[in-house]
Design a protein around this ligand. Structure first.
Ligand SMILES: [Zn+2]
Length: 200
């Protein structure tokens, strides 16, 4: 599959889609980054938030600096900021008050991606929110057509903060011990000096 810079004609089509004149997330003008996953445009600042979600949720590309495959450009043409926002809002999402993670790492966002897939493939659009994997049910009858399987193997960049087991507690203990040690080392010699040398 060949990739190339997004040409002017394609960029014109994408940038003129409803809502694409400003960042989908913060409203900044002339967004120059996009998510292939959602077919949306956003500013450089919000692109960081999308990158933080991982490529399994939002694949970020620069309009100007990255190369694009024809399929990726086509997906951007089928998307659009307004369309995505309206879709999420229509699934009971209070879009304006949500963080980037809450917006795009959500069942409604998963469904929107499946709808985009279907529109491009010319297949019937799914309408049911995908069931997200939870730790408990061993029942796999719920993984129907629109089900989205989430892979939690990270891409090396963003492990969930609450699941770290890197011995941070031990590090804090060692740090405290060191501070206490320095306190003793530094404080006691000073006391010895106090008696003799220091004077007016
Ligand atoms: Zn923005």
């Amino acid at each position: 599959m060949t990739s190339h810079e997004m040409n002017q004609a394609d960029y014109k089509v994408v940038s003129e889609l409803p809502g694409n004149d400003s960042c989908v997330d913060c409203g900044a003008k002339h967004p120059e980054w996009g998510s292939i996953s959602f077919g949306i445009l956003f500013c450089a600042s919000c692109s960081g938030g999308h990158r933080g979600l991982g490529t399994h949720i939002s694949r970020v590309r620069s309009i100007k600096m990255d190369s694009w495959t024809d399929a990726q450009v086509e997906r951007m043409k089928r998307g659009g900021n307004h369309q995505c926002q309206e879709f999420l809002k229509s699934h009971a999402m209070d879009f304006d008050r949500k963080s980037i993670r809450d917006r795009y790492d959500s069942p409604a966002a998963d469904l929107y991606k499946s709808v985009l897939d279907a529109r491009i493939a010319g297949t019937p659009e799914p309408t049911e929110l995908p069931v997200r994997s939870r730790p408990t049910p061993p029942n796999n009858s719920a993984t129907g057509g629109g089900g989205v399987k989430r892979k939690m193997e990270g891409f090396g960049s963003s492990p969930p903060p609450q699941q770290r087991h890197d011995g941070k507690g031990m590090k804090i203990g060692a740090l405290l011990a060191k501070i206490f040690c320095c306190f003793r080392c530094c404080f006691e010699p000073e006391r010895q000096i106090e008696g003799g040398v220091v004077g007016p």
